[in-house]
Design a protein around this ligand. Structure first.
Ligand code: SAM
Length: 244
């Protein structure tokens, strides 16, 4: 399993990605291309693909530092966020407990800017729990959920089919599943024999259509700032499914 998500520099990038303001990510004195601004707030936009109705239980797999878990809790009675990274879950829990996190935004070389990450003030943290865990080996007693969200996770798993096979038991009848993936299959995370044999969407349909109705497919861009001049701009393929 890769340890990249334990690295302090990557933790800082994700705190900025999930909790940074638009001005902290794209300082307004620069005329950024419109596509970069449109890629902000990914962790808010992906849970926005669930229906708006109020439900009881949600699960956010690969939740990182927790922003999408909080966003899901706006209409879920309780949401469990699970991530394999100890550093990410410790940060999500610190924010949950009302402890802001001071972190460094790298600008270039030795130049950096100190920033503070805080959870959204209008969220009740009692509606969330964060756990360190493996999405391919979830506790047998975790139960089932009205909503499951996994953003940019499946192409980071060593054996994603293990999770796909578990999903029918995790999602309640009529429950919703939102999967987003940039389809960036890399040997460092997933052995090539475990990559989809062709198109990722076709492969998802093969594994999910036995238990889920396909609802929709769209693209959601996201922007991860590495330095003042270097960003990851990526298009994630987002699919929504309803459990039969
Ligand atoms: C590309 S990041 C996406 C994080 C977040 N969902 C987002 O969209 O910003 C992948 C996340 O999956 C987590 N992860 C990787 N393997 C995992 C596993 N086996 N179980 C749970 N989380 C895992 C990583 O620690 C990381 O937080």
């Amino acid at each position: 399993m890769s340890t990249i998500y334990e690295e302090p520099a990557v933790l800082a990038e994700y705190l900025l990605f999930h909790y940074g303001t638009a001005a902290e990510i794209l300082p307004p004195e620069i005329d950024w291309p419109a596509g970069m601004s449109a890629a902000l707030d990914f962790a808010v936009r992906t849970p926005g693909h669930f229906s708006g109705r109020a439900v009881a239980r949600g699960l956010d797999l690969g939740c990182a530092v927790g922003r999408s878990t909080y966003e899901m809790s706006r209409s879920c009675g309780h949401v469990i966020g699970i991530d394999f990274s100890r550093a990410f879950i410790d940060s999500a829990n610190a924010l949950r407990e009302g402890r802001p996190i001071a972190y460094t935004r790298r600008d270039e070389g030795h130049a950096a800017t100190g920033l503070i990450a805080k959870r959204p003030e209008d969220i009740d943290p009692a509606g969330t729990t964060f756990l360190q865990g493996d999405a391919m080996a979830l506790p047998s007693d975790i139960g089932s959920f009205d909503r499951v969200h996994a953003a940019n996770l499946i192409c980071r798993l060593s054996d994603p089919v293990v999770l796909l096979n578990r999903l029918p038991a995790l999602v309640n009848p009529d429950g919703e599943l939102v999967l987003a993936t940039p389809c960036t299959w890399l040997e460092g995370f997933t052995a090539p024999q475990n990559w989809p044999p062709g198109d990722t969407f076709d492969w998802l349909k093969i594994h999910l259509c036995g238990s889920f109705d396909f609802v929709k497919r769209t693209d959601e861009p996201f922007l991860i700032r590495e330095t003042a001049r270097k960003f990851q701009w990526t298009r994630s393929m987002l699919t929504v499914w309803r459990r039969r």
